[in-house]
Design a protein around this ligand. Sequence first.
Ligand code: C2O
Ligand code: CU
Length: 458
Amino acid sequence: IAFSRRQFLAGTGALSLLPRASLAAGPEGLTAEVAQAQIAPETYPVTEVYSYGGAFPGPMIRLPQGGRIRRELLNNLPVPTSIHWHGIRIDNAMDGVAGLTQEAVSPGQSFTYDFTLPDAGTYWYHAHTSSMEQVARGLYGPLIVEEADGPDVDRDEVLMLDDWLLDPETAQIDPAFDHPMDLSHAGRRGNLIGTNGRYGYRLTAKRGERLRLRLINAANARIFVLRLAGLSGWTVALDGMPLDAPEKVDGEIILAPAQRVDLIVDVSAEETQEVAILRADDDEEWRVQVGFDLSGEATGRAAEPLPLPPNPGMAPVDLGRATKLEMRMEGGAMGNMPSGRMNGQMMGFRQMMQDGMFWTLAGVAGMDEAPFARLSRGEPVRLKLINDTVFPHAMHLHGQHFREIVGEVQGPMRDTLLSLPGQTTEIAFTADNPGKWLFHCHMLGHAASGMTTWIEVA
Ligand code: C2O
Ligand code: CU
């Protein structure tokens, strides 16, 4: 296979993202620290961000499937932090959820993450302490687990999509992370979109080349609605997990916060055409999310790509035996103002709002002593999700993937599901990873203002 492993910002000269070579058996470092990054166009000042090792996004981590990762988080930030390895079927103690699976790492302290990577695919890592603020400040990076036998492509590119809320003059990150208007509505959305830490991200490509594009939505709340132009291809994986068969991309690609899509695309652009992934989203205008400059010809491939090799543990859920659960999502602006349990006490919605809580999951606002469900190891579960709000939510389960169930048909495996306003969806999974696992909205302001609960698998 001829895909290159070059770093995703190679060629732009913006930041050096080469991971440190691992010299000895000790873990490599991942230092959380303040850094400067040219997010906005070059005519603007640099932006102060939170970073891992000075790089924004954090260093590319690429490891083989079945391999082990060891990274020592050293916290050089003025605030406590921790790292969550989103989408990995991980050992619970390594899940990075401050207050549930570990203590937050105080300034000056460190914590070593050490775990194996059972599944190939496109994952990411991000802060999981005050994540609404820390992710918006830049604490995230790509985690790519490579198949032993990867697809036949010329190149493999990771594209981390984000939006930033910047002061239009100073280009500094707006520090009003918990603005009630954002929390109770669609969440914090930026005024500048970009990819891999910058506005106007560009790559070069040859006509006829076949690329694997790994899209990751790292935004706090924005749902990216993307279209291909000058590229044509297939979706081959969702949230890291391979599809049974590649699906031709026809129209929009919807990427909710934290979701990933792996595409295999052929560069089909005309001589003069710019090749671009475009964004539509909620603006009337299209904007270039990633631009490709043409730089010659390659011999194209005629054949459709083969499916990616399946990951272990992709067996369908035993729906017949499954425990049935139900979760209603309520609250938010223009919602039904539910009362709810908060810190073990029943409260009216007005009272909840005074404490910065705007949402409930199954009648509970925020983390509770008791989990939403206690499951035994290996138990099949189907969970009905009733979105009784007027906003979309991106519901993420830690530690295991699930399948969306339509009728009795089991959809592809995912770790984050987009639930639309008023919609009832159903997911199913086999609870085979023991531990305490969060289930929360990945619109991070929603998660911080009520939409976070957890399950226990024992
Ligand atoms: Cu990527 Cu609890 O999240
Ligand atoms: Cu939400």
